[in-house]
Every structure is written in structure tokens, then in C-alpha cells.
Design a protein around this ligand. Structure first.
Ligand code: GDP
Ligand code: IMO
Ligand code: MG
Length: 428
């Protein structure tokens, strides 16, 4: 197998975790390269549901090396809980199966508090973050005040770094955000030093490991978190996350050269969802939106929030395919569309009566952009047991062909239910 990047083409929760799990048997390693525990990647196997936030979604396959790369922000408590949960379920039997980059940045409780208090302060303009401290941790990284995993696992370095950073954080929290209870340097140190001692055994030079794997021509999967619509530069700024969710993020976040990547697999739902605030031109506030919400069980895997639902946005997806160099697509949740009389897909945007040639840059334009639709016939058949493309209802086949024609890359994998087994590859 070749080295493949898995990227969400929409606003996250496309089913990336399931796709990574499906492709893992052909891979030697799965690598997370950005984001943190804002991600929630769901795997359902024989009715047993498991949501992963930091550990790569290949972990259920014993032989697969799982790498949390340099560009990830790591909440050590969440990671330890996840490791313990996996171990007690009989996974991650060998410590060597999981490697955490010593360059990854650590999320501290002050990041979480800053994230939450900023959201409160923004009031009706809140972004609707996951409240996990992701943005504030990346802010510290960019401003070169971050504490990295390599510092966390070294007691002296941790003490020194906290002594430099914490007084400033307490002052900022109190003066800018009105926080009344400062963090005690000693308490944070004691608690995080314990986490550091636990994680020390997993902490490694992951870039060195990747250099070796690439040199040996091993097969790698790079597991994206979030989606292109949430990319810091290319998404619906400021309603985005704080990392590069496009395939370029692999180069910076895992530290591999572009020529090490062979394929980019874009994952998209057969409709669209978004959690948190931000523009969503195809959003539905009617019975069809309710159908998607209920049938698709659209609640956030990380925060449990209700996901906003709407029609698939092919105009956006075509742009996301360009941004990521996507070579093929996986379409998930096709089963959820069964039972709708007609299905719509956005094939363009209009702004102030004019057709746009690309999605807008400015948030004011995003908020005014109106989707232009093409309408397709629906189907009523249940798809969950279907195992080949030619067995799909004809209307469903036409819909999928229209998706790949518009977006310009083939669909190679189709998912028709949450279970691992509910999927098939496209016949040649
Ligand atoms: P990720 O963040 O991209 O990994 O996606 P999430 O796990 O947050 O959200 C996807 C949700 O859809 C999860 O609850 C999955 O179990 C579920 N899911 C994945 N594929 C399918 C599918 O083909 N059909 C249905 N009905 N559910 C799916
Ligand atoms: P996965 O990997 C869906 C959204 C939040 C919010 C915005 C910023 O499971 O697809 P943040 O906490 O990152 O600062 O929040 O990004 N968001 C996601 N939405 N899926 C995700 O991850 C998300 N991670 C962040 O809801 O709108
Ligand atoms: Mg998710």
C-alpha cells in the first residue's frame, strides 16, 4: 500500500475514524498530525462503540504502530484516560504500539480555562469551540511560550517552564478574563509531573521514527482531524479551529516531505453537518434537517452537542479537493439519505445576485452567500446491507455519479452504516 492522507472535506465528523480503521490492515502505522482532543473519531465494531480523541484510529489493530505527531496538542489527562480505557478493553497490549512526539505541545488547565472564558466573553459572537483549550495551546506554541511533551516528562524542565509561564497566565486570566481563582504553580506541577512520569514511556522522537519508516517504504496512514472547512487559513475564519487541517498539515505536523505522500483520500458525508457556530450555506431548518439529524444521530462525538444538518455542498467540496490535492473520496452515511423524496446538492454560491467562482474569503460574504442547488431523485430502500455499487438503487447511483463528476475525483469507498462491516469498495 502507499502512504495515504485521510482528510475531512467538510466541517468535521465525516467518519474519518471509521475510514482509518478500515484501511489500517494495509498500513504499518497511523499518524495523527494536528488538532487534539477536540477530535472525536468513532469506531463501531459488533455493536461496541468507541470514541477516540487522541490515540490514532488504527489502534484496534495490534500490529499497527500509532503515532501522535509533532503538530498535535496533547491533553495528558485525556490521553492517559484513553490509554487506560484501551488497555482495559484488551487493546494497546504493548507499550511500543503507541509513540507520542516529544515536540507535541501540552494542554494545561489554564488553556482550557482561557478557552472557556473567552467563549463566555464573546457572548453571542462565541465560536462554539469544544472548550478543550485547543486554541490557547496553539497560541502559546506560535508565540513560543508553549510547554512541550519533552518538557512534561522531564521534572526539572517542567518546573522551570511552569515557573516562567504560570504567573503570566494567572495575571492574564485575572486581568483580561476576570478569573477569580489563580492556578497554584505547585499543584499544577505536582499533577502534571505525575502525568509526565506516566507518559515518559511513550514519548519519543516520532519524526525520527517516521524518517525510518518512509526510508523503509512502509505504508503509512495520516489521520486528519476536523475538516477543510475548519482549517485555520482556508476555512470559514474566524469560525475555525487553530490548526492546518489540509494535507499541508501533514508536512508540518508530522514532518514528512511532500514526496512521501502518494494519495489523499477525502472523506465526506452524503449530506453536511457542522457543530458550533459559523457559516453553513446549505443548512436546513425544516423536516429534512430533522430527518438527517435523527436518522444520522447527529450529536457531537466529543461534546455531545446537536450537529447542524444540511444538504451536501459540492461547491465547497470541489474547493476542498483542490486545497488538499485529494485523489479519491470516501462517502459516508449514505444510508441516512434513504426515505427522502428529493435530494439536493449545492453546485454554486450566489452573493448579492452574482455567481461566485470560489467560496468567499470574508466572513461577511460567507454569511450572505446563498447556495445554488441541483435536485436529484431520492430512494426509499434501506442501504445498510448493500455490499456493491451496482446493487444500490439507480437513483442513489446517479446521485453518487453526480457527486464525483462535479467534484472531479472518484469515490472509491462507500459507507452505509456506523458498523465497521457496513461499507464496500467501488468496483473498477
Ligand atoms: P470523525 O470525527 O470524522 O471520525 O466522525 P465522528 O466519529 O465524529 O462522526 C461520525 C458518526 O457517524 C459516528 O457516530 C459514526 O459511528 C457514524 N457513522 C460513520 N459512518 C457511518 C455511516 O455510513 N452511516 C451511519 N449511519 N453512521 C455512520
Ligand atoms: P473531528 O476530528 C467537528 C469545531 C468546534 C468549533 C470549532 C473550533 O471529530 O472531525 P476548537 O475547540 O477546535 O477551537 O473549536 O471547530 N470542531 C469540530 N467540529 N469535528 C471536529 O473534530 C471538531 N474539532 C473542532 O465545534 O466550531
Ligand atoms: Mg468527530
Amino acid at each position: 500500500m502507499s502512504n495515504t492522507v485521510i482528510i475531512g472535506l467538510q466541517w468535521g465528523d465525516e467518519g474519518k475514524g471509521k475510514v482509518v480503521d478500515l484501511l489500517t490492515p494495509g498500513a504499518d502505522a497511523v499518524v495523527r498530525f494536528q488538532g487534539g482532543n477536540n477530535a472525536g473519531h468513532t469506531l463501531v465494531i459488533d455493536g461496541q462503540k468507541r470514541v477516540l480523541h487522541l490515540v490514532p484510529s488504527g489502534v484496534l489493530h495490534e500490529k499497527c504502530l500509532c503515532i501522535v505527531g509533532d503538530g498535535v496538542v496533547v491533553d495528558p489527562k485525556v490521553l492517559i484516560d484513553e490509554i487506560e480505557g484501551l488497555k482495559s478493553a484488551g487493546f494497546l497490549k504493548k507499550q511500543a504500539q503507541l509513540c507520542i512526539s516529544e515536540k507535541s505541545h501540552v494542554i494545561f488547565p489554564y488553556h482550557v480555562r482561557i478557552d472557556q472564558l473567552w467563549e463566555e466573553k464573546r457572548g453571542t459572537n462565541a465560536i462554539g469551540t469544544t472548550g478543550r483549550g485547543i486554541g490557547p495551546c496553539y497560541e502559546d506554541k506560535i508565540s513560543r511560550r508553549g510547554i512541550r511533551m519533552g518538557d512534561l516528562v522531564d521534572s526539572k524542565a517542567l518546573k522551570r517552564r511552569l515557573a516562567e509561564v504560570l504567573p503570566e497566565k494567572n495575571e492574564y486570566l485575572e486581568k483580561v478574563l476576570g478569573n477569580k481563582t489563580p492556578f497554584s504553580e505547585n499543584e499544577v506541577y505536582e499533577q502534571y509531573n505525575t502525568y509526565g512520569r506516566y507518559l515518559k514511556h511513550y514519548c519519543q522522537d516520532t519524526n525520527g521514527i517516521l524518517q525510518k519508516l518512509v526510508g523503509e517504504k512502509r505504508s503509512l496512514l495520516f489521520e486528519g482531524a476536523q475538516g477543510v472547512g475548519l482549517d485555520l487559513d482556508h476555512g470559514t475564519y474566524p469560525f475555525v479551529t487553530s490548526s492546518s487541517t489540509v494535507s499541508g498539515g501533514v508536512m508540518t505536523g508530522a514532518g514528512v516531505p511532500p514526496r512521501a505522500i502518494d494519495e489523499v483520500l477525502g472523506v465526506a458525508k452524503a449530506y453536511a453537518t457542522r457543530v458550533g457556530r459559523g457559516p453553513f450555506p446549505t443548512e436546513l431548518h425544516d423536516a429534512t434537517g430533522e430527518h438527517l439529524q435523527n436518522k444520522g444521530a447527529e450529536f457531537g462525538s466529543t461534546t455531545g452537542r446537536r450537529r447542524r444538518c444540511g444538504w451536501i455542498d459540492l461547491f465547497w467540496m470541489k474547493h476542498a479537493v483542490w486545497l488538499t490535492g485529494c485523489t479519491r473520496m470516501a462517502i459516508t452515511k449514505l444510508d441516512v439519505l434513504s426515505g427522502l423524496e428529493n435530494i439536493k446538492a449545492a453546485v454554486g454560491y450566489q452573493l448579492n445576485g452574482k455567481k461566485l467562482t470560489a467560496p468567499p474569503s470574508r466572513i461577511e460574504d460567507w454569511e450572505k452567500a446563498e447556495a445554488v442547488y441541483e435536485t436529484f431523485s431520492g430512494w426509499s430502500e434501506n442501504l445498510e446491507k448493500i455490499t456493491r455499487f451496482s446493487a444500490l438503487p439507480k437513483a442513489c447511483q446517479s446521485y453518487l455519479k453526480a457527486v464525483e463528476d462535479f467534484v472531479g475525483v472518484p469515490i472509491s469507498l462507500i459507507s452505509v452504516g456506523p458498523e465497521r462491516s457496513a461499507h464496500f469498495y467501488r468496483e473498477a
